[in-house]
Design a protein around this ligand. Structure first.
Ligand code: FBP
Length: 552
């Protein structure tokens, strides 16, 4: 028998909390449709692509007799993309709601991500099997993957597999790209008169699947709490040893929400927010100069130590590198086959340099070889550079070191610059979900099932009012098309769910901006400590600073 820790055993028995409106009998929960909705932008284009699913109303749940809840439903669930704490609880929420409505309903898991649907790799999730995963981190219950479902042949295969397995609904748990694909799938199914329903669930530690209706994706809370504990520990070490500058890169493929939240929690000496870099069109050299100023000022106070937080996606927001990456993406996409025949890095960089414009080639050549190599690595299935493999924190250290050496040689810097670098990403993606994420993910799963039981398709399960206690949370179904606009992808305009970047006018960023000068010079670290699961509410059941500030 598999051995389990005492903590694991205790966590299995935790009962996730639900919004009040969902806690009664399923036959007493009635969906209520609001007024019709519209896409956030490019309304005409989106409407013409989503003829069958655009304009649907927002759904809310209230108390009331519901006669349609005891039909047998067979749901297939799929996990898509990177891990996020709470994934197992979404599945538990779907499962419990489904079985509450009719114990003969079944939940199936598609294995290894979206390709599990098209490859017909399916398992049934039973009571006992589910119980082994409740309130645990990870996606190992059924695995995940990044296959993109976007072609009609794939959609037809989905219909075929669902028919064969008598599955009448699919829940796609994923980020903005996966939920965009969910919207396309829902539209295609309706167009083809297939009655398979599609429901999306907002997942990603990155926190960038966010809008008026989606306050945060599940996983962000636990990941930022885990990273903040580790950053706090490093801060304490830095303050104790007084000998290193720690450069900590934080996951978050594109947006800097994770970096901002961790900065608000730990008060480091410097935190880069990519969105601000882009807004101010800051070059790599300017970023380096800004950090150098803080290092010099602290050295003048004999504080030759500090903490710098670097968002994972930074590289793509630095204007000259962004231009370079755009060119590289196009060149590599157009010449994929030829490029794969170039065996050595020297051959690759020589060929690339010949194909880049003069400016981009200059930027490429000015970067250290390791970074050049990392920029040429495989793209993910969505065509993105895999920023988690680019060592931006090391690049900054190298450039700052050279600049300080130059300043040392003409007596402008008299301090010491010794460094350590860290990358916090995988450490937090599979942590045991915090109480917040355990409750939130479970509520999202429960909502997804309710939407299916009540016949909806093309919706995202959504829970609002998250800075309040879970009792006061409000469940909704929101049309996926409502979050869409048109964006350029691989040289073509495509309908996509708009990614939410850090809002430079929002309260969380403004709070950080007000404080950062003080945090830079006066050592002001705070130590959030480990996630607490048992104990007083203000320690165990607090939402992120971001949500609290946004909703105060
Ligand atoms: P999702 O957007 O799929 O949730 O993934 C987020 C993420 O954790 C990013 O923060 C990171 O850049 C990426 O996944 C890493 O991907 P991989 O797991 O393939 O290394």
């Amino acid at each position: 028998m598999e051995s389990i820790s005492t903590f694991q055993k205790l966590r299995y028995t935790y009962k996730p909390k639900l919004p009040k409106a969902l806690s009664g009998d399923i036959s007493n929960i009635l969906p209520e449709a609001g007024i019709g909705t519209e896409p956030i932008d490019n309304k005409a284009e989106i409407k013409s692509i989503f003829e069958n699913t655009c304009g649907m109303p927002i759904i809310t749940f209230k108390e009331g007799k519901n006669k349609n809840t005891d039909k047998i439903n067979n749901i297939g669930v799929v996990l898509s993309g990177g891990q996020a704490p709470g994934g197992h609880n979404v599945i538990a929420g779907i499962f419990d709601c489904l079985k509450k409505s009719n114990k003969n309903s079944k939940l199936f898991g598609f294995l290894g991500g979206p390709s599990g649907i098209t490859d017909d790799k399916v398992i049934e999730i039973t009571d006992k099997f589910m119980d082994d995963y409740r309130n645990t981190g990870g996606f190992d219950i059924i695995g995940s993957g990044r296959t993109k479902l976007e072609k009609e042949e794939q959609f037809d295969k989905c219909i075929e597999v669902c028919k064969k397995r008598s599955i009448n609904a699919i829940v796609i748990i994923g980020g903005d790209d996966s939920n965009t694909n969910a919207a396309l799938l829902a539209e295609y199914f309706k167009k083809k008169n297939s009655d398979v329903q599609i429901i999306g669930v907002p997942k990603t530690i990155d926190g960038d699947l966010k809008n008026n209706m989606v306050e945060v994706s599940f996983g962000f809370d636990t990941a930022t709490k885990t990273y903040s504990e580790l950053i706090g520990n490093i801060c304490r070490d830095a303050k104790s040893a007084k000998k290193y500058w720690h450069f900590i890169k934080l996951m978050g493929r594109s947006a800097s929400h994770i970096c901002l939240e961790c900065a608000l929690k730990t008060q480091p000496n410097f935190a880069i927010i990519s969105e601000e870099v882009s807004e101010n069109q800051q070059s790599l050299n300017q970023i380096v100069e800004d950090i150098v100023k803080v290092i010099v000022a602290r050295a003048n106070n004999r504080e030759n130590f500090g903490i710098v937080l670097v968002p994972e996606g930074l590289i793509e927001y630095i204007p000259e590198i962004n231009k370079l990456i755009t060119e590289l993406n196009n060149i590599l996409a157009e010449n994929e086959k030829y490029f794969s025949t170039l065996r050595t890095f020297e051959d690759q960089s020589e060929w690339i340099n010949k194909n880049l414009t003069k400016d981009a080639s200059y930027t490429f050549s000015s970067l250290p070889n390791d970074i050049q190599r990392q920029l040429l690595m495989d793209r993910d299935p969505h065509g993105n550079v895999q920023v988690s493999r680019i060592e931006t924190e090391k690049l900054l250290i190298d450039l700052i070191d050279s600049r300080l050496n130059e300043m040392k040689s003409n007596d402008q810097f008299k301090g010491i610059f010794a460094t350590q670098h860290h990358f916090l990403g995988y450490e937090g993606r599979c942590a045991f979900p915090s109480n917040f994420d355990a409750d939130y993910a479970y509520s999202l799963g429960f909502t997804a099932s309710l939407l299916i039981i009540n016949g909806f398709s093309g919706y995202m399960a959504c829970v609002k009012n998250l800075s309040k206690s879970s009792e006061e949370w409000i469940s909704h179904g929101i049309p996926l098309t409502m979050m869409m606009n048109m964006e350029l992808r691989h040289g073509k305009m495509k309908p996509v769910i708009k990614k939410a970047l850090v809002d430079l006018e929002g309260k969380p960023f403004k709070m950080f901006k007000n404080k950062r000068e003080k945090w830079a010079i006066q050592t002001s670290y705070t130590y959030p400590g480990a996630i607490q699961y048992f104990g007083p509410d203000e320690i165990c059941n607090m939402a992120t600073k971001t949500i609290i500030l946004e909703q105060e």
